[in-house]
Design a protein around this ligand. Structure first.
Ligand code: FES
Ligand SMILES: [Fe+2]
Length: 455
């Protein structure tokens, strides 16, 4: 099967429908490998998925002071994440309203204004056009107010996490989150003072299709064989036995999913070790006590003793594991992606705990860590295997069908692929629809009291 999207519309549609095949009677789920290699599908993803999703831009702590800014590429658009002089966090499209140049060409910094280098139109850090050289050359009806930097059609600040969408009619962010909201809150509630992104960012390119990074994040089946070196390291350095890989996985609706399990050594709050020192023990004991006060024993215990990998569809991964990280991947070609990873933690946490969190993150997910290099090699190896797609045409995601999903099953990936398939076949660009397995997910009380600010 070769996907040709410019052929007869009905033929195109029927071929796209064949990309993902789920049969609940035989408990089989497979994805055609064209989904990882086809240029036409790559183009369709831009139009049907990335133009109709909520997309992560950054965290408000990355622009903590008035005038702070960061430039970001989101779904191919140049964006400016900034905090204006009055303190409002803004997302602006970094394209001069005169003739298109990027008005800010630095990765980050602090500025009261941005002057376009092409013809020197100048904007303040709220995006207003404040200077036009030789303005008398324009007709009397020219008004600077009409040429401010534009925001994306929709933006939202969810408890410090900033998202944008290029679909003006996209569902509200809370509806879009579906069951992922509870898990996102669970992660964010660990801090009493909000979270902050710590340090810089880790960027790398992978010669593999972007969807493999999402799959890899919600796949514990690979951990024991692929990360054996890291698991041995944990055992030797910390005296921690390798993970038993027990835990549950959930389809959270709308393509989102989560794995939740007790990873050894990942939760100093519940499992203090002598090497952390007495001061850290006192801090952690006190923090756990406050969690119980705020959320009750059951929820506090989940927060403290379990960790989780959460995917917010399509491409935001939140790793609440040995360290806490936000990871995002952007397709740059059918067989290539750019990945960025940020560390985050509770604002103002004690130095000992932050060092523990950071060391764990760097040793597993960091540039010299033992986990990422394994994962990148595996993903690139799969992509090389896809050169034989004509002969070996399908990837299998059937593991664990017909039973409550474990972390070593593939239900999380099926959740992603179901939503992807609906969108790529243009089936649900705007509809919120919980999957049947999401409906079976154990109901837990919804967290209340966190506002979502839409712009
Ligand atoms: S393109 Fe920016 S001033 Fe002309
Ligand atoms: Fe991995």
């Amino acid at each position: 099967m070769r996907i040709k999207t410019r052929g007869h519309p009905e033929m195109e549609s029927s071929r796209l429908k064949e990309l993902v095949v789920e049969d609940t009677r035989s408990c089989t789920f497979r994805v055609h490998r064209d989904a990882y290699v086809s240029r036409e599908i790559f183009d369709l993803e831009r139009e049907r998925i990335f133009n109709h999703s909520w997309l992560y831009v950054g965290h408000e702590s990355e622009v903590s002071q008035p005038g702070d800014f960061r430039t970001r590429d989101v779904a191919g658009r140049p964006l400016l994440l900034c905090r204006d002089t009055a303190g409002t966090v803004r997302v602006l499209i970094n394209s001069c309203t005169h003739r298109g140049a990027q008005v800010c060409r630095e990765a980050s910094g602090n500025a009261r204004s941005f002057q376009c280098f092409y013809h020197a139109w100048t904007y303040n850090n709220a995006g207003d056009l404040i200077g036009v050289p030789d303005a008398a050359g324009y007709a009397p009806g020219f008004r600077k107010e009409d040429f401010a930097l534009r925001p994306p059609p929709r933006t939202v600040n969810y408890r410090g996490l900033i998202f944008a969408s290029f679909d003006p009619a996209i569902e509200d962010f809370a509806d879009y989150l579906a069951g992922a909201r509870e898990y996102l809150d669970l992660i964010l509630d660990l801090s009493e003072t909000g979270i902050e992104v710590v340090g810089g960012e880790h960027q790398y390119s992978v010669r593999a299709n972007w969807k493999m990074q999402v799959e890899n994040t919600i796949d514990d089946y690979h951990v024991a064989p692929l990360h054996s070196t890291y698991l041995k390291y944990l055992e030797q350095v910390n005296g921690i036995a390798g993970p038993g890989l027990i835990g549950r996985a959930y389809d959270l609706g709308n393509g989102h999913s989560v794995m939740e399990r007790p990873l050894p050594g990942s939760r100093p709050i519940a499992r203090w070790e002598p090497r952390l020192g007495e001061a850290v023990k006192r801090e952690l004991d006190a923090l756990y006590g406050r969690l119980v006060e705020r959320f009750g024993v059951e929820r506090a215990s989940r927060m403290a003793r379990l960790d989780r990998n959460l995917v917010i569809y399509p491409n935001l991964m939140i790793l609440d594991i040995w360290g806490t990280a936000l990871r995002i991947c952007w397709p740059t070609a059918p067989d290539q992606m750019d990945v960025t990873v940020w560390t985050f933690g509770p604002r103002g946490e004690a130095a000992g705990w932050r060092r523990y969190r950071h060391d764990n993150l760097v040793s597993f997910l960091g540039p010299g860590g033992l986990g990422t290099v394994d994962d990148v090699e595996a993903m690139e190896s799969c992509q090389r295997g896809f050169r034989a797609t004509k002969e070996v045409s399908w990837c299998q995601f059937s593991r664990g069908m017909g039973r409550p999903a474990l972390v070593t099953d593939e239900e999380t990936m099926r959740a992603f692929w179901r939503r992807w398939h609906r969108q790529i076949t243009n089936g649900d660009r705007r509809r919120t629809r919980r999957s049947s397995s999401a409906a079976r997910m154990p109901s837990r009380s919804r967290r209340a009291g966190h506002s979502i600010v839409s712009g």
